[in-house]
Design a protein around this ligand. Structure first.
Ligand code: GTR
Length: 369
């Protein structure tokens, strides 16, 4: 057994003592404790779920991709004590499907250039044509439409709508990653109302900061049947204890707005955190979970991403599912999977590419059924 796995807090050990021995105890007790720990110490507490005022407006609907896909431009509108907000997103649906289709939702942190709704610019970051060809709907939203990725002391975006003034902001108030995760849940709300989509088969995917977001969204919102974390690194899939590259102190210094204020007390004190990131992966269980890494992505640390998946296996086993089927990292371009867990290492840099998507889709074809 890898030494690092021995240093981790025990995912199965209840707060009051005693080891979780079955899936009901996990769901009713330990899972709830862990969600609370992540809210308190890491991502912060989301103050609102679906606002009562929320409305979903279809702004445009037309045929694209030589008639192969219906494009819908949808706008989610909401209001809070601080004013009104809107989250637009784009949805492509296979035009010829004769029954509701599964969907991939991408949390896009790289702007519309990599997710062009008009498909004039194509990018492997969001290969919507490939998803349509493989009979998946493809949805994408821009993170900045939920909450701009700058530290402005939580005045803009959804924080400005729902948060108390800064001097009344508790240490466990939600950060920007949690805000983006909230946006993903609102897109889920809208997809649930789409007759052409099978809402019980929606995969949520994100790269890097978007991957951290996908994991937290999947933890908070169990409607997502599959979660994909690509190169999510620090405070994403990667274990924090013993991590190489980016550490908690780095991420809190560069992105002071991403997490709860409480998380800053763990700068250079990873060992004092009551959780580690395998526990975040555990909050996805027993749903489908896919983690991917890239060989050159030392800042995210592929080994720490892989080990986290090893450390979550007991939770899948508790639910009667196999582990990932390997104890050491597979070679590059050799995806491995079981019926609920998938992993691959891609040759190259910190990025989301068409190769990665092909692996996610292959895994979904086999298991998102
Ligand atoms: C980096 C950050 C990472 C990762 C990345 C990204 O600067 O240190 O944690 O989120 O940005 O989102 O591409």
């Amino acid at each position: 057994m890898n030494q690092r796995l021995k240093q981790l807090p025990n995912i199965l050990l209840n707060a009051g003592g005693g080891i979780v021995s079955n899936k009901d105890e996990w769901a009713q007790k330990r899972r709830k404790e862990l969600v609370e720990l992540f809210r308190t110490h890491v991502y912060g507490r989301t103050p609102v779920r679906r606002p009562e005022s929320m409305r979903i407006a279809v702004k445009a609907e037309d045929l694209m991709m030589d008639g192969l896909a219906v494009r819908k431009k949808i706008e989610i509108q909401y209001e809070g004590p601080g004013g009104t907000g809107k989250l637009p997103f784009v949805l492509f649906i296979p035009a010829k499907a004769d029954k509701p289709v599964p969907a991939f939702v991408l949390i896009n942190n790289r702007g519309t250039a990599v997710a062009d709704p008009d498909r004039k610019q194509l990018s492997g970051f969001w290969p919507a044509e490939l998803l349509i060809e493989r009979e998946y709907a493809a949805a994408v939203f821009q993170v900045e439409d939920v909450d701009p990725d700058v530290h402005d002391e939580f005045r803009n975006g959804v924080h400005g709508l729902f948060d108390p003034p800064l001097d009344k902001r508790p240490g466990d108030a939600w950060g920007t990653i949690a805000a983006w995760a909230w946006g993903a849940s609102r897109v889920m709300d809208a997809l649930e109302e789409e007759a052409a989509i099978d809402a019980s088969r929606i995969a949520l995917a994100g790269h890097s900061r978007g991957g951290k977001t996908a994991l937290w969204a999947g933890a908070e919102d169990e409607r997502f049947a599959m979660v994909v974390s690509n190169n999510s690194g620090c405070t994403g899939a990667a274990l924090s204890r013993g991590k190489q590259g980016e550490r908690i102190s780095h991420i809190n210094a560069s992105f002071p707005h991403w997490f709860a204020e409480n998380y800053k007390q763990y700068n250079d004190r990873e060992d004092e955190l009551p959780v580690d990131q395998h526990m975040l992966l555990g909050l996805i269980a027993p749903r489908l979970l896919y983690v991917s890494s890239a060989t050159e992505d030392s800042w995210a640390d592929p080994e720490s991403e892989f080990l986290s998946l090893i450390a979550v296996q007991p939770i899948y086993k508790l639910h009667g599912y196999d582990g990932i089927g390997a104890e050491t990292m597979p070679a590059a371009e050799t995806p491995i999977s079981s019926e609920r867990l998938g992993y691959h290492l891609r040759t190259g840099d910190h990025d989301l590419t068409e190769y990665d998507w092909r692996c996610f889709i292959d895994f979904a074809d086999a298991n998102l059924i």
